[in-house]
Design a protein around this ligand. Structure first.
Ligand code: MF3
Ligand code: CO
Ligand code: CO
Length: 274
């Protein structure tokens, strides 16, 4: 009897730290996964209002993901038991959905990662709950600009240091703090893969981008200092100085002369107000 398990070398992801270069099949898979993740964020725009709980948001994300024949990639990931992350106000990332009720003036990041036909779509946006003070709205706006500055630079020959530097420069010109402890990441058949995409850096340093690379850019920008504190649940990351934090995330692939964003909002709901 054959005791061995065999895998297809062409389709089985290697967790070996190598940076994968993908062809048309990968782009096609990422396009579908990314689009679905973006559609889910679009659908949340009208429901993120005062009175809804983060658990209800998670239920919507899970149902839409499964109904579309995909699986929430976060469900069961290192023991995480939810279909998205919901990070409110001073929460930087990985806020856990639950009984928390959204209230007027909150800002919230919703981060969806799903697996569709073997490919990962990972994207997040900020939502404004009711009437949000100008200071918070400005933070959200500049954080979106930080993401898009990085995305628009992404093409062969540019380095991750170039991108990190440009993001840092923009955030710090507003005297905001760039979070160091979490970064973007390669993705594709794997959820978190090489390279690490740090949102600060030195021009001309780090990985040089090549056609076929897939990764996220997902800057976390604080109204105050960059320092992070972890909560006892082991997931929730908050600003040490309790200041507000914002984040946006796209998944993208490097093309011959630029990049393709896999997670663009089909409805044009790129940033609030929606
Ligand atoms: N979606 C997050 C990212 O952008 C990761 C969430 S992992 C979880 O990489 F387990 F916290 F959901
Ligand atoms: Co990500
Ligand atoms: Co994400």
């Amino acid at each position: 009897m054959n005791r061995y398990q065999y895998v297809d070398a062409a389709t089985t992801p290697l967790r070996d730290g190598t940076i994968k270069l993908h062809g048309p099949e990968g782009f096609e898979g990422m396009r579908k996964a990314g689009r679905l993740a973006a559609e889910i964020l679009d659908a949340l725009a009208p429901v993120v209002v005062p009175g809804i709980t983060t658990g209800q948001i998670d239920d919507i994300v899970r149902r839409m993901t499964l109904d579309a024949g995909a699986v929430p990639a976060t469900l069961g990931y290192r023991g995480y038991a939810h279909s998205c992350c919901t990070s409110i106000n001073n929460v930087i990332c990985h806020g856990i959905p639950g009984d928390r009720v959204l209230k007027d003036g909150d800002i919230i990041n919703i981060d969806v990662t799903l697996l569709k036909d073997g490919w990962h779509g990972d994207t997040s946006r900020m939502y404004l709950v009711g009437d949000v003070p100008l200071k918070a709205r400005r933070l959200v706006e500049v954080t979106y600009e930080c993401l898009m500055i990085g995305v628009e630079m992404a093409r062969p020959g540019v380095t991750l240091g170039d991108i990190g530097h440009a993001i840092q420069r923009h955030a710090e010109s507003h005297r905001y703090g760039v979070v160091r402890d979490f970064c973007g990441h390669g993705l594709g058949r794997l959820f978190h893969d090489a390279p690490e995409v740090v949102h600060l850096g030195t021009p001309g340093t780090g990985v040089e981008l090549r056609e076929g690379m897939f990764f996220t850019i997902e800057p976390m920008i604080n109204l105050g200092k960059p320092a992070v504190k972890m909560m006892d649940d082991g997931w929730t990351a908050v600003t040490r100085d309790r200041s507000l934090s914002a984040q946006f995330e796209h998944s993208l692939g490097i093309t011959a002369d630029g990049c393709e964003i896999f997670t663009t909002s089909p409805k044009g709901l790129h940033k609030p107000p929606y």
